[in-house]
Design a binder for this molecule. Structure first.
Ligand code: SIN
Length: 325
């Protein structure tokens, strides 16, 4: 469905915003055989026009709906990101569209958010949201999260790519899924959330980061014309880590590697040696940490590129974009 307009019978005087809802799948649109079933389910089966009928209150905006994808976000890939970014760009270019909301699976939400933040030249809000409970559950959290996302996308302080889950608002740069099952599964590390919904009011703790200041934007046209996104893999340090995985990846022609090191990005001698050999063979290597909190502090003479506060999964995206540049 492309561009269907949902009429929630609010009078036009109450509506100052038009929000595009670009649905992509996930648990927020997931169903199982019964309301009690949690583990065995299909992500993304509920279409966006059905999803918006479950909102717990009328949205403060006219909604324009598009079903961009219906995937489980564990299967998100470069082609999905490019397609979603192109659809975002299409809607953001329409002057009547004041913001976008993207229902998305929780599992790779932070990666999609970061990718979009690097390729969409917009000050209009683009808000990703999700759910930890299925749409078919007894008490789904998706409808509330979706309504919060629409409210956030109409807030005058909201700008750039954001995420909202369980009332917490996060930046694309900091957001991370940190829990496998609780409703508030996301956090922003040491930075904390940008804002919180409290009694249906949005309380801002900090300004939204400016994407332009944070990291350079990449022209979507340039990325879209790439035959293939560069292949960047993540390798993790752990007790007993050898360099065998790295050496095997180099054999397959990998373009970049992100080393998710222990602690402050440290690597076993064998893994470090393999990464240095990979680099000598022309593979770009970036050093990140497998820790959930904290940055890898850059050190003089480090043979590898710094991940500049990015988690390993986001450093992978940064390296992919950089390789294209
Ligand atoms: C997904 O990421 O698509 C499935 C899991 C979820 O949304 O919680």
């Amino acid at each position: 469905m492309l561009g269907a307009v949902q009429d929630f019978s609010l009078t036009m005087q109450h509506i100052r915003n038009t929000i595009g809802v670009l649905a992509t799948g996930g648990t927020i649109a997931g169903t199982a055989g019964s309301a009690a079933e949690e583990a065995d389910y299909w992500a993304g089966t509920v279409a966006v026009d059905q999803l918006v009928t479950t909102l717990p209150a009328p949205p403060p905006a006219l909604l324009v709906l598009e079903q961009v994808a219906q995937i489980d976000s564990k299967d998100a890939d470069g082609a999905f990101w490019l397609h979603l970014a192109a659809r975002c760009r299409h809607w953001l270019d329409q002057s009547e569209i004041t913001g976008l909301v993207i229902p998305h699976g929780t599992d790779t939400l932070e990666e999609t958010a970061y990718f979009l933040s690097r390729v969409l030249p917009t000050t209009k809000p683009v808000v990703l949201t999700c759910a930890m409970r299925l749409a078919s559950a007894h008490a789904p959290d998706g409808p509330r999260n979706l309504l919060d996302a629409i409210h956030l996308a109409t807030d005058p302080h909201a700008t750039g790519v954001l995420a909202v889950c369980a009332g917490d608002v996060h930046s694309a740069f900091n957001v991370q899924k940190v829990h496998t099952s609780r409703l508030n599964a996301f956090a922003s590390g040491d930075a904390g959330p940008l804002a919180q919904f409290s009694d249906r009011r949005l309380i801002w703790q900090r300004n939204c980061p400016s994407a332009l200041i944070q990291q350079p934007l990449f022209a979507l046209e340039k990325i879209a014309s790439a035959v293939q996104l560069p292949r960047v893999e993540i390798v993790m340090n752990h007790a007993g880590a050898t360099g065998l995985v790295v050496r095997a990846l180099v054999q397959t022609g990998v373009h970049g590697l992100v080393a998710a090191g222990t602690g402050n990005g440290t690597l076993s001698r064998a893994l470090e040696a393999a990464l240095i050999d990979a680099q000598a063979a022309g593979v770009r290597v970036m050093r990140a940490s497998r820790c959930a909190l904290g940055d890898v502090r850059p050190s003089a003479g480090d043979p590898f590129e710094p991940s500049l506060g990015l988690s390993a999964v986001k450093a992978r995206i940064a390296l992919m974009l950089d390789l294209l540049g």
